[in-house]
Write a new protein. Structure first.
Length: 544
């Protein structure tokens, strides 16, 4: 029987059926037989030879299997040791090639995402043409190029028609404001220059409402352009001057209007409005020095007096200067109710919904509830985030559960191009109710559970609000990444946080309310001008 098994193994080796022979010679009886020992030596060398053939053909795993079997039969003989060394060397080379390929693919993807499509394709051209992943990235690059070309074409058509606002809307919807493509950079440069010219023209003509509207649209694209920032400062100074005029404090408005004149020397209406404000201040001083001065010194009487005179004062300015109405129009645009002189300074509990309007940065809708509804503003049950969209679109709910956010909807909505009704949201997710109604979910700071909804393909009823802040414990305002509201002109991050139903600030600078310092324990009030160092803002309640 033993001799028969030996003959079977010898025949299998001779026919090249090495694996069959390996199973036969594993018998202890064959291994102890002299004829079997010779056969084992032949079989081990045969495995080593086949292993080298597999290695030459880059069948590394098969070569490794043959090497292991040869070592089990004959131990670490010279042929086996050489084969194992060659296998390890080729495995290391393959690992380095795979690593290099992965780095090239990642670099190509980054270039494509940043708009450097040609650079990404050049990297892919050097890749192995049989690499399936490289082929997928090439397809993505081709698609990105087509999409970018289409967007560029639409922007060029809008600029040819002198439709600057449409061009800015296209850039915002396509999300290419940070694109590094040379053609896109040239178009954005052209758009910024055109916007600066139009904003300045509107200011010169007294159309501050149009200047503000265009400024807020170009601001995300301008990225801190100094001339844009300067014009934004002029618009905000006009805003403050209007506030002083409406509240019956024309003397304070004069200095602000003079600052605007420095930035906009061609705005002739500023001369007349400044002169009218000076005359109004002198008239008020004369009244205060007359027989009624004692009565006017009373806060109540002064408040009543100003309430009666404000409307007449506005009518007087409008009648004397055709362009002066631009100033009161700002207050209508911003929807801020000017407080009269007898308004009290009671710090009411912080609302669960309010708007934060930051000078030179923009307006933000802040929602503090853990559960927020999002949908068309015309829905039967009005959502907290009311979108200007088709009323037939579904209403979704974003709920914060501890440190996580979940989106739920009775009807499917798209999250990252996948239809879902319930999903855990992560930083960077794209939420789309329809092709023309979408937004980005962002968590700028991993240490904070406050999230951002960046409206990209839709807008709210208030066109000046492009971001919704889902506030948990804090809001970070400052330079660089990791802040909920980027403000590159700040030297430090300002933290806004809630405590006992009040909104407090944590910063090195003193908090000023209407230029009056308040203590750290006092809540930041609604409808008051707040200044903390370089930043100035107003909180307003949501109107039903």
């Amino acid at each position: 029987m033993l001799i028969l098994r030996l003959k079977q193994a010898e025949t299998a080796v001779a026919d090249g059926r090495l694996d069959e022979a390996f199973e036969i010679v594993r018998s202890e009886q064959i291994r102890q037989h002299r004829r079997g020992q010779k056969l084992i030596g032949r079989l081990a060398r045969a495995f080593a030879d086949r292993g080298r053939e597999n290695l030459d053909a880059e069948r590394i795993q098969l070569a490794l299997n043959d090497c292991n079997k040869a070592e089990k039969l004959a131990g670490n003989i010279d042929e086996v040791a050489k084969l194992r060394s060659a296998i390890c060397s080729q495995m290391e080379q393959k690992r380095l090639r795979d690593q290099h390929r992965s780095l090239n693919l990642a670099q190509a993807k980054r270039n494509i995402q940043n708009g450097w499509i040609s650079a990404g394709q050049q990297i892919l051209d050097e890749a192995d043409k049989s690499d399936s992943q490289a082929g997928i990235v090439v397809q993505q690059a081709n698609l990105a190029r087509l999409q970018l070309n289409e967007v560029v074409s639409k922007i060029e058509q809008a600029l040819q028609k002198d439709d600057l606002e449409n061009a800015l809307d296209i850039i915002q919807q396509a999300g290419i404001s940070d694109n590094k493509n040379e053609k896109v950079l040239d178009l954005i440069f052209e758009i910024k220059n055109s916007a600066i010219e139009k904003i300045r023209t509107n200011l010169d003509n007294g159309r501050i409402d149009l200047a503000r509207s265009l400024f807020e649209k170009v601001l995300p694209v301008a990225h801190g352009t100094s001339e844009i920032s300067e014009l934004g400062f002029a618009i905000e100074e006009c805003q403050k001057a209007a506030e002083f005029l409406v509240s019956g404090q024309p003397r304070e408005a004069v200095s602000l209007l003079r600052k605007v004149k420095v930035i906009c020397p061609s705005a002739k209406w500023l001369d007349s409005v400044t002169e009218q404000s000076k005359k109004a201040a002198e008239l008020l001083d004369e009244l205060a020095a007359g027989p009624l001065g004692l009565e006017m010194s009373s806060n109540v009487m002064m408040g009543n007096y100003l309430n009666r005179s404000n409307e007449q004062f506005r009518k007087k300015i409008s009648a004397e200067s055709p362009t002066a109405p631009g100033i009161p129009n700002i207050s209508k645009n911003k929807k801020v109710e000017w407080a009269s002189a007898n308004a009290n300074n009671e710090r009411a509990g912080l609302s669960s919904e309010f708007v934060m309007q930051i000078d030179g940065i923009g307006s933000f809708l802040v929602l503090r509830e853990n559960r927020v509804t999002i949908g068309p503003v015309s829905s039967s049950a009005r959502p907290a985030v009311g979108l200007m969209a088709n009323p037939n679109l579904p209403v979704a709910t974003i709920e914060r559960v501890e440190d996580d956010y979940f989106i739920r909807s009775s009807s499917p909505i798209n999250v990252n191009c996948t239809a879902v009704t319930d999903k855990l949201l992560v930083d960077g997710d794209k939420i789309a109710f329809s092709p023309r109604c979408s937004m980005r979910f962002l968590v700028p700071n991993p240490a904070s559970t406050t999230a951002i909804l960046l409206l990209s393909g839709t807008r709210l009823g208030r066109a000046d609000i492009r971001e919704v802040i889902l506030m948990d414990r804090d809001i970070l305002i400052g330079p660089g990444k990791g802040n909920h509201i980027p403000a590159e002109f700040l030297n430090e991050t300002i933290t806004m946080y809630t405590h006992n139903g009040r909104l407090l600030s944590k910063a090195k600078k003193t908090v000023l309310v209407d230029d009056t310092p308040i203590s750290d324990s006092q809540g930041i009030p609604i409808n008051k001008q707040i200044r903390i160092g370089q930043i100035s803002f107003v909180l307003t309640k949501i109107k039903d």
